[in-house]
Design a protein. Structure first.
Lengths: 479, 219
């Protein structure tokens, strides 16, 4: 296994983005695995929206999310009330640690030793598996991709397809080494083996932990989107189901999920709909024959209410976690999901993670972008991702005098020399005479211009100053 | 102060001030009025594109068709609901014929027979609350009589759908059936057999749920 593929499941240094990105770029296997997958996903998304008024639908998606955010505190209270009426227990967690403790306490109260998990990015954010294992509770992932990633002791490299960085051969070897299956390139066989291994686990698990795609306030309904059926197993077979979700996932009306679902599955994997759309509004009733006897919801803040304070940054919370931004990102496609070293990789990670880890830790994240704008163009809820990247770049260097920076760790990237250069630049540009003299001198002495400009010329040739300034040329033309 | 109060207080005292909620216009989801035949064609085409199987049959012919389907799969056991008319019809049919598999009735809490449910049941048959043409989806509201796991654990799921209960879109179905009046403990849209593409984007069916989804459409 090469160095870039090894990522312990926790405590990754986000600051070390550059060496990881460099290593990934020089790893042909990683490049090939991501290129192939992302090309396929882009094509599928495009054809899934054929015949739709996509812009109008995206406007609706954006408005639904904005409406939900506009009433967020009221909706959360309404959701809590409805869920409680339905017999679902509601918990609130200020951060990931508190959310982990809540899950642990529920497990302890039930004397639970094994937890089976459906796919949940919030639980990744909480580093729940790691925490539970420390508490002596086994936590097993059941989504095939997550299962593979967990066996490999890695983290997901994509929010929808966690094991996208591995090819069949690598997965076959891993399953062989860890579970004793035969070495095979037959995906049917590999999948069937995992099915068998996990069926046992579903039957014996004490608690099922899942995420939530949409939480509906008016009916107190938790919606889960999935293809495999592991989400249904997780939320139906064990006697206790715990759903963990970010506080921003709430929407006011059941009607809202029809539009968001149409956008989500098509944007994510190019599917008209996933195999299962699972709507849970309560635990097993007395005369029902299956379903969990207890259902809990953990509403996790973990920095979201801070993002909520700012009119511009607030847009980050519109996200419905489809992953289209990463599928279309030229940087993500080349460096892969692990280079970022964050729970959420790619464009959404670049605008979300600085809030979670601080801009000091995540200072490189907003600059890991060519600002090509593809992410913003495909986002189903129209998050202006490029604008947010620029905003975070400014915050990282405290570069905006009119709007005070507010993200934790802002200014971490500010350098004295760079700041002085820009100060000089703006001083000179405010003085036309000086500006003309400066550019004139630059043109005259252009031979003295250095050929190497640090990182900039590492992969590029240095730009050359012209022999005559623009002012001089315009003057000549007008004579 | 509890975390709940802290979070709500931060949200309520937002430094950016109050937010205005935009209007939401759902008309982009509207589709033309399709006839039942058009809806059925659309449903069939869409669900078959994701490996679902559709058999058009009639009120009097569905049991024969079901017997053929299950025989071709070599199914030995079929899980039915206790009180539902589908289960009742099968129970009375099986008395006069031997081409149906052994019928198992889901009439006890799952805890008492989980092991058998997971390993000995070849197929399960459920009703539906209608279907959605645009996405090729079945609407299921599991109930006391038709529990949740009937459509999930057996390797073959057979669903009975009345053609007259096809809706054009999810939005349409939800509005027509007035879902907001009250949701069941569990409601589902099922659109094909269980599947995954987690190994190098290669599709494989039956990863955790049924490998096959067979829809008997009663016309």
């Amino acid at each position: 296994m090469s160095e870039t593929e090894q990522h312990p499941a926790h405590h990754i240094d986000v600051k070390e983005f550059h060496p990881r990105a460099r290593a990934a770029i020089h790893n042909p296997q990683i490049r090939q695995n991501f290129r192939k997958a992302m090309d396929g996903l882009m094509t599928k998304r495009k054809s899934a929206f054929e015949g739709w008024e996509l812009e109008t639908l995206r406007d609706l998606g954006a408005n639904i999310r904005l409406r939900a955010l506009a009433n967020l505190p009221d909706l959360l209270e309404q959701l809590e009330q409805k869920l409680t009426e339905n017999g679902i227990k509601v918990h609130w967690a200020d951060d990931g640690d508190e959310a982990c403790e809540i899950v642990r306490d529920i497990c302890t109260a039930r004397n639970a030793k094994t937890v089976i998990k459906g796919k949940s990015m919030v639980s990744e954010e909480m580093e729940l598996n790691h925490y539970l294992e420390e508490q002596g509770i086994e936590a097993l992932e059941s989504d095939l991709g997550e299962y593979i990633v967990q066996l490999a002791e890695e983290t997901p490299s994509h929010i929808i397809m966690p094991a996208i960085h591995k090819n069949t051969e690598e997965i076959s070897q891993l399953l062989h080494d860890k579970t004793g299956t035969d070495l095979s390139h037959d995906v049917e066989y590999l999948t069937a083996s995992a099915r068998l291994q996990l069926r046992e686990k579903f039957m014996n698990a004490d608690v099922g932990v899942s995420g939530v795609n949409f939480a509906v306030a008016e009916t107190g309904t938790l919606c889960l989107v999935e293809n495999e059926g592991n989400g249904r197993m997780t939320t139906t077979v064990p006697p206790c189901h715990i759903a963990v979700t970010g506080i921003e996932k709430v929407v006011p009306n059941l009607e809202d999920v029809t539009a968001l679902l149409a956008l989500l599955t098509r944007s994510a994997t190019g599917q008209h709909i996933t195999t299962y759309f699972n709507m849970i509004s309560g635990p097993r009733k007395t005369n029902e024959l299956d379903g969990p006897e207890e259902v809990h919801v953990v509403l996790v803040d973990n920095g979201r209410s801070t993002i909520y304070q700012d009119d511009e940054l607030l847009d980050t919370l519109r996200c419905i976690r489809c992953g289209a931004c990463m599928n279309h990102c030229p940087v993500y496609t080349r460096v892969g999901g692990h280079a970022y070293g964050t729970t959420y990789p790619g464009p959404i990670g670049k605008i979300l993670m600085p809030h979670m880890v601080g801009l000091d830790e995540g200072r490189h994240l907003p600059t890991a972008s060519s600002l090509c704008g593809a992410c913003g163009e495909v986002c189903p809820v129209k998050i202006p991702i490029p604008d947010l990247l620029v905003r975070l770049r400014q915050e990282a260097v405290d570069g905006d005098k009119l709007h005070p920076a507010r993200v934790r760790g802002h200014g971490a990237k500010r350098g004295a020399v760079e700041a002085m250069i820009w100060k000089g630049w703006s001083w000179m540009h405010a003085r036309p005479g000086l500006y003309r003299m400066g550019t004139g001198l630059g043109a005259r002495f252009r031979k003295l211009q250095p050929g190497k400009l640090g990182g900039w010329t590492q992969y590029r040739t240095a730009p050359k100053l012209a022999a005559k300034t623009l002012h001089e040329r315009m003057k000549e033309r007008n004579q | 102060m509890s975390s709940r109060d802290k979070i709500l207080q931060r949200l309520r005292n937002r430094s950016g001030g109050e937010l205005t909620a935009p209007e939401c216009d759902f008309s982009v989801l509207n589709r033309p009025e399709w006839s039942t035949a058009e809806k059925l064609d659309m449903f069939e085409q869409t669900i078959e594109s994701v490996h679902g199987e559709v058999h058009r049959t009639t009120e009097s012919g569905w049991i024969d068709r079901l017997a053929e389907i299950l025989q071709s799969r070599g199914a030995q056991t079929l899980l039915i609901a206790k009180d539902h008319q589908i289960g009742k019809a099968l129970q009375s049919a099986t008395k006069g014929r031997d081409d149906l598999p052994q019928l198992l009735i889901y009439d006890e809490p799952v805890e008492s027979w989980q092991e058998a449910l997971f390993s000995e049941v070849d197929a399960g048959i459920t009703s539906t609350r209608g279907g959605i043409a645009e996405t090729g989806s079945l609407i299921l509201w599991p109930s006391v009589d038709e529990p949740r796991l009937m459509s999930l654990v057996p390797p073959i799921h057979i669903a009975v759908l009345k053609a007259s209960e096809l809706y054009t879109t999810f939005h349409d179905a939800m509005q027509s059936q007035n879902w907001t009046a009250g949701m069941p403990t569990n409601a589902l849209l099922i659109s094909g057999p269980s599947k995954t593409a987690d190994i190098e984007q290669t599709l494989a069916y039956g990863v955790h749920g049924p490998k096959e989804l067979i829809v008997l459409v009663i016309e």
